[in-house]
Ligand binder design. Structure first.
Ligand SMILES: Cc1cc2nc3c(=O)[nH]c(=O)nc-3n(C[C@H](O)[C@H](O)[C@H](O)COP(=O)(O)OP(=O)(O)OC[C@H]3O[C@@H](n4cnc5c(N)ncnc54)[C@H](O)[C@@H]3O)c2cc1C
Length: 463
């Protein structure tokens, strides 16, 4: 039975939600077609309260899940049936900022961008930059090993997390890692990052901060189509240049962005735009940008813009960072798909993705972290239309199969969650999944914490 009284005593009655109108917002994350209403939502105020809440739920034998901002795109924070959501919104303090050692110690519910804002005065920032960074939490980033446009140079979240405080699914507290370089013993911090909230609840994290580069050069290049933009990406990388980001948006995305409040002045007649950015020290950055522009101009470039100053740069980025929001104008729902292919196959797979969209009769656009071979086919639809939703899901299945067939994998950054759990067999054999399950069971043997995510049920595994 739900131990509501005990939970109220731990966190205070105002931090336990159980009325239907209170639990309704927790029915889904940003993947809106999958929904499950939790029996209750609890908002602990720190590690000790989280541990006590978890112990109470474990004793009652109830399933539970951690939830940050709920911006996840793979239904990871969806509550297990009859279970409880542990929402981290009250744990958002910056506990310590140590510019000398370039570290920040934070509670898990702090928003990603808040960390950089706090570090800015010291010439530092937190490098992982998901487009949702103004709201998504560090706990969610750690769970998903989140990436972003600058992952190409700086790497995903895993490279920027040094130590964790976590609550295990039986209520015990565990400290992993160390701010010191290369701590001895097994790297439990590295193991836990990316486990999508299936092994432990992160309550605090020690993050690595990076010096803000003194110079940044941003180019916007317009092409006839995605194929040319991808060819430009290949050329730049093959030349030995090291951009910090290479973002491609297709024509449908440009149209949606330019019709929205996030309009960035992208050429409306282009079939694709590429945002190419270099950062680092002084003159070398400008030289790299000039060289990259020359290389791209060997292809057919429809237009090229170079950011004059910070305001211009932010304007060029506004369209990209607001691209998913701009899609909200097209239909009530948006499914942001996420897959990875070898960079050399990006153009060909992107063309196949468009073809799949046509075959299934769905409205599809594509945004690519092209440097990482990571594509985001976005499908605008109305989930109240059962037939359209069926076609959207069929298109997703075809897209994932095409990516895997091209040597790719199921997710670049949004995780497996519930959405892609049953596609794991495309990439992993039974023994791979069993090894993952064995790791999960070390932490979460009773499978009470986020039980039905990531790993397919045994009976669904194909030998
Ligand atoms: C408009 C938009 C743009 C996006 N852009 C990007 C992008 O560029 N790159 C990218 O990687 N993602 C992106 N995302 C996806 C999403 O923002 C990230 O996955 C993010 O890391 C989720 O954080 P959250 O706080 O919202 O987590 P939630 O959605 O609340 O949870 C996600 C998962 O993390 C687990 N979790 C949450 N907090 C904890 C915790 N404290 N301890 C353990 N597990 C926890 C949950 O159980 C769940 O499995 C985008 C989403 C949207 C809506």
């Amino acid at each position: 039975m739900l131990p509501l009284e005990r939970l109220r005593r731990i966190v205070g009655a105002e931090h336990v939600l159980s009325a239907p109108e209170e639990t309704f917002p927790y029915e889904c994350d940003a993947l809106t077609w999958l929904r499950r209403r939790p029996a209750a939502v609890v908002l602990p105020g720190g590690t000790a309260e989280t541990a006590a809440v978890v112990a109470a739920l474990a004793e009652a034998g109830l399933p539970f899940v951690a939830r940050g901002a709920g911006t996840g795109l793979s239904a990871g924070a969806l509550c297990p049936a009859g279970g409880v959501v542990i929402e981290t919104a009250r744990m958002k303090r910056l506990l310590a900022l140590d510019p000398w050692n370039r570290l920040a110690r934070v509670e898990c519910g702090i928003a990603n961008a808040e960390v950089s804002r706090a570090a800015e005065a010291h010439g530092l920032f937190f490098a992982p930059d998901p487009s949702s960074q103004h709201v998504c939490t560090i706990g969610g980033n750690i769970a998903e090993n989140a990436g972003g446009p600058h992952t190409f140079k700086y790497g995903a979240t895993a490279r920027h997390v040094l130590a964790l405080t976590v609550v295990l699914p039986d209520g015990r507290v565990l400290h992993t890692g160390s701010p010191l370089a290369d701590p001895s013993g097994y790297d439990l911090t590295g193991l836990l990052v990316g486990t999508e909230g299936t092994c432990a609840i992160v309550t605090e994290a020690t993050l690595k901060l990076t010096p803000v580069p003194p110079a940044v050069e941003t180019l916007l290049l317009a092409f006839r189509g995605v194929e040319d933009a991808c060819a430009a990406v290949q050329r730049v990388i093959a030349s030995g240049l090291e951009p910090c980001t290479m973002e491609v948006m297709d024509g449908a995305t440009i149209a949606a962005v330019e019709a929205s409040v996030n309009a960035a002045g992208y050429p409306r007649d282009a079939g694709a735009v590429l945002i190419l950015e270099f950062d680092g020290g002084g003159a070398a950055v400008a030289e790299s940008a000039e060289r990259a522009e020359r290389l791209c101009r060997e292809l057919e470039v429809l237009a090229c813009e170079r950011a004059r100053d910070r305001a211009h740069r932010l304007k060029l980025w506004k369209g990209r960072k607001g691209a998913f929001g701009a899609m909200g104008r097209l239909a009530p729902d948006l499914l942001v798909q996420d897959a990875v292919v070898p960079r050399s196959r990006l153009a060909e797979v992107s063309a196949r993705v468009l073809e799949i969209g046509r075959e299934q009769g769905v409205r599809l656009s594509n945004v690519l972290h092209a440097g990482d071979g990571n594509l985001h086919p976005n499908i605008s639809y109305d989930r109240r239309d059962a037939d359209e939703t069926r076609r959207v899901l069929e298109a997703c299945a075809c897209i994932l199969s095409a990516c895997v067939a091209a040597g790719g994998t199921l997710s670049g950054e949004h995780g497996i969650g519930l959405e892609k759990r049953d596609f794991m067999h495309l990439v992993y054999g039974v023994s791979d999944v069993e090894k993952m399950r064995a790791v999960r069971d070390v932490f979460n043997g009773r499978a009470l914490l986020n039980p039905d995510k990531v790993l397919p049920a045994r009976e669904q595994q194909t030998p």
